[in-house]
Structure formats: structure tokens, C-alpha cells
Design a protein around this ligand. Structure first.
Ligand code: AP5
Length: 597
């Protein structure tokens, strides 16, 4: 039974402070439509040219010119059997076009910019162009029908199938995202450029375009190379401060709805840094996605383009099957346990492959939440074994560590949760190939445990005990590990009462700072009404490198249940954020005029 009084959500872990916001079952998505309601009946004939940043508003300028005619950079070899599919999104002037140019040069993708396609139509004086012009010049979105027809026509062309695609500025409304979903057109990765408002406005107002080369300049940041170029530069009619503000507003109104469609393949990148730095991150992301794609095709899990019936399956999180149901059935079934082991493994592997070194896994399904009566140490051990064997399979030497007895004399002891763990680990079945003792070693926590041959460390639920603080040992160990990955599985590094003051060996602030230096590569917890553990109201999940996702559990008329995504966050959401998501309130960040939307 659902509590009828004003209650609030809380998480299964004690870290989430209860709050006083009531829940609502109303749809939390912001208005999905683009800014216009007019409807057109259109037949779209794709132009034969391949426009890039076309300058339709240039006086005496009617030809379609590539922005940069001579790519100097080395191209990454993309096998034609697994072309990349990329979407890039971000507020006006976040640098989408700038980054697309670099991506095209490196990855050979077909760049499809709806802004460019529309400007080409305006420039060519077509019917579509005439209709689009008034919306564009006013800084408003062009009606969905026009843009959707243009994009799908362009995506169906042969070069796109051969080389892969890079969709820039589309979808920009929920309707546009849905029309792609219906056609099963999904990217491998969804890149979001995050830039604060004040920078965006400055970039737009200072942007100048060269009608001859199509190159983008900025009066301060990228001034033209010669006086001759400077003399011919033009300004986009929608780049006035007033219009930029209106474009920004429209972007914010629509972005949330689109993000939820792609949250599981989304990567947010700080676009306020120099363009080369931004591209470096995009480059390594796309290279990783490309590698994953090749691996999957080789493993037979995904068919190459053209052979698949649903040829747009996302690669980066393709194995993720949504949140399993019946999570309140205890003990968890083997399928559910395996599901979570695999989910944790994917996020952890991606983080390690990305060179992340101080990682933590926080998984609080009932069987792994020590604050619930159904906690099972065996489930934790199984999870650790899956992680360790997987890294060992990749040829890494893994050290699995459990803290030993801490303290002295009457204060000696270890947290109850961990007693007997080391023995269990030693007796566990580590496979037929003798991994234990060669690729996998069992150790304790401390600097002395770090040996030269160790490649990676998995620390099982390191935690403080009453009167004893593990952080000194942990810190000494991570210092010795240097740039080798250290993964904490379900750490509990919060303060506990210190009967002897031993807890104070490191200042509280330092302890918190140290604990916070580990980044989540996986996080999952169930959400309940405050003070209850039934029914499950939803879940919070994050798997590196994606965003935190808040899900709502919905009962189905058939008697089943499902989890629907409500909202996503680049940082771990607070209890207030979670409550707001359930209430359908706009996010705090969105309310502010800057930050990520
Ligand atoms: P579109 O052309 O897509 O405009 P936009 O999304 O507003 O984006 P911009 O082109 O302004 O910016 P950008 O992110 O590409 O940044 P850029 O690299 O140029 O769309 C125009 C209009 O078409 C829309 O308003 C709408 O009317 C219509 N439209 C388009 N798609 C639609 C759709 N799907 N549905 C409906 N209507 C649609 O960079 C900007 C400036 O910053 C440059 O000066 C650059 O030099 C500089 N810069 C870039 N990166 C950096 C950096 N890292 N550091 C410093 N400066 C930088």
C-alpha cells in the first residue's frame, strides 16, 4: 500500500537524508514540443550537395561552400562495416559545428547539420527555405515536420550508410527524438557540450563567418588571419544578443525531454575549454566507442550495418536491458544477481579502460545493502569474483583485498560485515584455470600489500569500525599503488563514533576529501518513501561514463511492473533533486541561468 500522507523519498542507504517533499505521479517530463505549432505538408527532395555551415544570409552568396577545405589531420581508419553513428547536442554556440569539423576530419563521418541544411534551403530560395527563414531569423525552432523530413531523407543516402553519420543539432524536440526512435535510428553515442550561458552569449555575439571558405571565426577568440578575410566576414542574423537569449531559452525548454531518450548513451563534455582540449576528449570517446563496436561485431553480438534488422542499436550500452523487476523478492534470483554483476562490470571496465584510477562501486540492492535484514555476504563475494576474473581474463594481475583486524588490545576487531570474508574468498571457486595464486591474489589493506607485479586492486567493502579508522591504511595503499587502478566495492568511509579517539588520526575534513577522491564507476540504489522499505518507488543508477538516471517504478495493469526514466543528472542527485524529479518539478540547475541543462 502506498502511504497516503505527505511522504518523501529516501534511498536504501543511510547517506540520503530524508526530506519533506511529497511524491506525485504526474508526468515529470517538461513540455515536449518545439516552439511552433504550425503544420506543413511537405515533400522533401534532398539536395545533391553536402552542405557544411552554409551561409544563406551572405549578400551575393549563393554557392555552398565547405567550412574547411583542407583537413590536415590524420584520419582514423573506420572499417566500412561498422560506421560510427554520433549525435552532438548543446546550446547555441556550445561549439557543435567547431567540433563536428574536427570529428569529420578524424573519423570521416557524414556531417548532417540541420542548421546547415536549413540555411542551404534558405540560400537556394526553396519553399522549405522560405518557410524556415522566418523561424530561423527569429531564433525559433523550425517546425518539426520540415526538419524531420530533411533529416530522414539525408540519413537514407548511400554515403551515410558507408561512412556513418554525425547528427548536429537534431533532434531538438521530443517529437523529433521520437520520430527517430520510431525509425529505430539511434546513435552509438550522444555527446552533449556543456557551456555556461555567459560564454555562449559572448561566443554568438562575437562569431563571424567567412562567406568564401565557410570558416567560423570569433572577433576575440579566433580572429581572422588577414585583413582581407576580416573585411569580408559576416554575422549570422540570429547572432544578436536578444536572439541568442531566445534560442538559449528554447534550447533549455526542450533539452530535458531529449536527454531522457538518450541518457544511457550520453556523454557530457565540458565545452568551455579550448576547442583542441574539448576535441581530445571527444576523440578518445569516439575511439573507444569505435573499438567497442568492432569488438561486439567480432563477438557476433551485433551484426554489421546492413545485416541487422534493427541496425541502429546503441553500442556503448547495448548490453543494458533496463532495470530488472521484482527486486523486492528476496533472495534475489540468480538472473537478477547476474544482471547486476554484469551491469557493474560494464561500468567498471569502461572506467578502467578510460584510465580512471580511483574508483568506487556503490550497489545497494537489498541483498547488498548491509542496512537491510536480507544482506548476504555471498552476493558481495560473487560480485567481487566476477570483477576480478574479468580483469584477470584480460591478462591483469588482480589483488582482492579485505581489511584485517584493526586496533589493539580490547579495541582490536573488524567490522561485523566483514568477518569471515577473507576465508570465504580463499575457499571460493576461482575457476578451473588456477587463476587464484597467479592472476588473482587475496590480500589485506595497507601499503605493504602493494607489490610490483599487481596491476589492479579490488578492495572489498573497506569501512571504519567503531573506534577504528581504515582511511590511513587505505590512503597509504593508494599512494603505493600510484597510477594503478584501485576499485572500492561498497566502501563505507563515513565517520563512526570513536570511543578512543583513534578515528581522529586524520582530520575529518581530510578524511572526507580523501573518500571523495574516488569517483563512482557504478552506482545503484532503490528509492523508497522515507522511513519505509516497501514499496519500491524507483531507482537511481549510474554506469560510467553515463549520467545518473532516476527511474520511477510503475505497476502495470497486467500485474507486472516496469521502470520509467524520469530524469538524468551529470552529478549524483541530492534527495531534493530526486524528490523534484518525482514531482515533475524543473531541475535546480535548469532554474539557474547557467550550468548544465
Ligand atoms: P544551428 O545552426 O544548428 O544553430 P545552433 O544550434 O544555435 O548552434 P550554432 O551554430 O549557433 O552554434 P554551434 O554549437 O555550432 O557553435 P560553433 O561551433 O559555431 O541552427 C540554427 C537555426 O536553425 C536554429 O535556431 C533553428 O531555427 C533552426 N534549426 C536547426 N536545427 C533545427 C531542428 N532540429 N529543429 C528545428 N529547427 C532547427 O561555435 C560558436 C562560436 O564559438 C564560434 O565563433 C566559434 O569560433 C566559437 N567556439 C567554438 N568552440 C569554442 C571553444 N572551445 N572555445 C572558444 N570559442 C569556441
Amino acid at each position: 500500500m502506498l502511504p497516503t500522507s505527505l511522504s518523501s523519498l529516501h534511498a536504501t542507504t543511510s547517506s540520503s537524508a530524508p526530506s519533506l517533499f511529497p511524491l506525485s505521479t504526474s508526468c515529470p517530463y517538461p513540455s515536449s514540443s518545439s516552439s511552433c505549432s504550425s503544420s506543413f505538408s511537405l515533400s522533401f527532395q534532398p539536395s545533391s550537395h553536402q552542405p557544411r555551415r552554409l551561409l544563406s544570409f551572405a549578400p551575393n552568396f549563393n554557392t555552398h561552400i565547405r567550412r574547411n577545405s583542407k583537413p590536415k589531420v590524420l584520419k582514423v581508419h573506420c572499417s566500412t562495416s561498422e560506421p560510427l553513428k554520433v549525435m552532438i547536442s548543446g546550446a547555441p554556440a556550445s561549439g557543435k559545428g567547431t567540433q563536428c569539423e574536427l570529428m569529420v576530419n578524424k573519423f570521416g563521418l557524414v556531417h548532417i547539420s540541420t542548421g546547415d541544411l536549413l540555411r542551404a534551403e534558405v540560400s537556394a530560395g526553396t519553399d522549405i527555405g522560405e518557410k524556415a527563414k522566418e523561424f530561423m531569423n527569429a531564433g525559433r525552432l523550425v517546425p518539426d515536420e520540415i526538419v524531420a523530413a530533411m533529416v530522414t531523407a539525408r540519413l537514407s543516402r548511400e554515403d551515410v550508410k558507408q561512412k556513418g553519420w554525425l547528427l548536429d543539432g537534431y533532434p531538438r524536440s521530443l517529437a523529433q527524438a521520437e520520430s527517430l526512435e520510431k525509425l529505430k535510428i539511434r546513435p552509438d553515442v550522444y555527446v552533449v557540450l556543456d557551456v555556461p550561458d555567459e560564454i555562449l552569449i559572448d561566443r554568438c555575439v562575437g562569431r563571424r563567418l567567412d562567406p568564401v571558405t565557410g570558416k567560423i571565426y570569433h572577433i576575440k577568440n579566433f580572429p581572422p588571419e588577414t585583413e582581407e578575410i576580416k573585411a569580408r566576414l559576416i554575422t549570422r542574423p540570429d547572432d544578436t544578443e536578444e536572439k541568442v537569449k531566445s534560442r538559449l531559452e528554447i534550447y533549455k525548454q526542450n533539452v530535458e525531454a531529449i536527454l531522457s531518450t538518450y541518457s544511457n548513451i550520453m556523454k557530457t563534455i565540458d565545452g568551455s575549454r579550448p576547442k583542441e582540449v574539448v576535441f581530445e576528449e571527444i576523440y578518445s570517446l569516439l575511439s573507444e566507442v569505435q573499438k567497442d563496436k568492432v569488438k561486439l561485431i567480432k563477438s557476433g553480438n551485433v551484426k554489421p550495418e546492413g545485416e541487422s534488422s534493427s541496425n541502429q542499436a546503441p553500442v556503448y550500452q547495448d548490453k543494458w536491458r533496463g532495470i530488472p523487476t521484482r527486486l523486492n523478492n528476496i533472495p534475489h534470483s540468480r538472473e537478477i544477481r547476474n544482471y547486476f554483476y554484469d551491469d557493474v562490470l560494464q561500468g567498471t571496465q569502461r572506467a578502467v579502460n578510460d584510465g580512471r584510477m580511483r574508483l568506487k562501486v556503490e550497489i545497494a540492492i537489498p541483498e547488498l545493502n548491509p542496512e537491510m535484514d536480507v544482506y548476504r555476504i555471498g552476493t558481495l563475494m560473487e560480485l567481487v569474483r566476477v570483477l576480478a576474473l574479468s580483469f584477470a581474463d584480460d591478462g591483469k594481475r588482480v589483488k582482492v583485498c579485505v581489511q584485517g583486524s584493526m586496533g589493539q588490545g580490547a579495541l582490536a576487531g573488524m567490522p561485523l560485515q566483514l568477518s569471515g570474508t577473507r576465508k570465504i574468498l580463499e575457499f571460493m571457486d576461482w575457476g578451473d584455470y588456477g587463476a587464484l595464486g597467479t592472476f588473482i591474489k587475496i590480500g589485506s589493506i595497507g601499503a605493504r600489500e602493494v607489490e610490483e607485479q599487481d596491476d589492479i586492486f579490488i578492495l572489498v567493502a573497506p569501512q571504519n569500525a567503531v573506534g577504528n579508522c581504515i582511511i590511513d591504511d587505505l590512503k597509504a595503499m593508494t599512494d603505493s599503488a600510484g597510477n594503478r587502478p584501485v576499485i572500492l566495492v561498497n566502501p563505507r568511509l563515513k565517520d563512526l563514533p570513536g570511543s578512543s579517539g583513534i578515528m581522529q588520526t586524520m582530520g575529518r575534513e581530510k578524511r572526507l576529501e580523501y573518500a571523495a577522491s574516488f569517483e563512482n564507476c557504478y552506482s545503484f540504489r532503490l528509492l523508497y518513501y522515507a522511513g519505509t522499505q516497501y514499496p519500491i518507488m524507483g531507482a537511481l543508477r549510474m554506469s560510467y561514463p553515463y549520467r545518473y538516471e532516476i527511474y520511477k517504478r510503475v505497476d502495470q495493469p497486467s500485474g507486472g511492473e516496469k521502470y520509467e526514466i524520469l530524469s538524468t543528472f551529470s552529478e549524483k542527485p541530492s534527495s531534493d533533486d530526486i524528490n523534484d524529479a518525482f514531482l515533475g518539478k524543473p531541475r535546480n540547475q535548469a532554474k539557474k541561468a547557467s550550468g548544465f541543462w
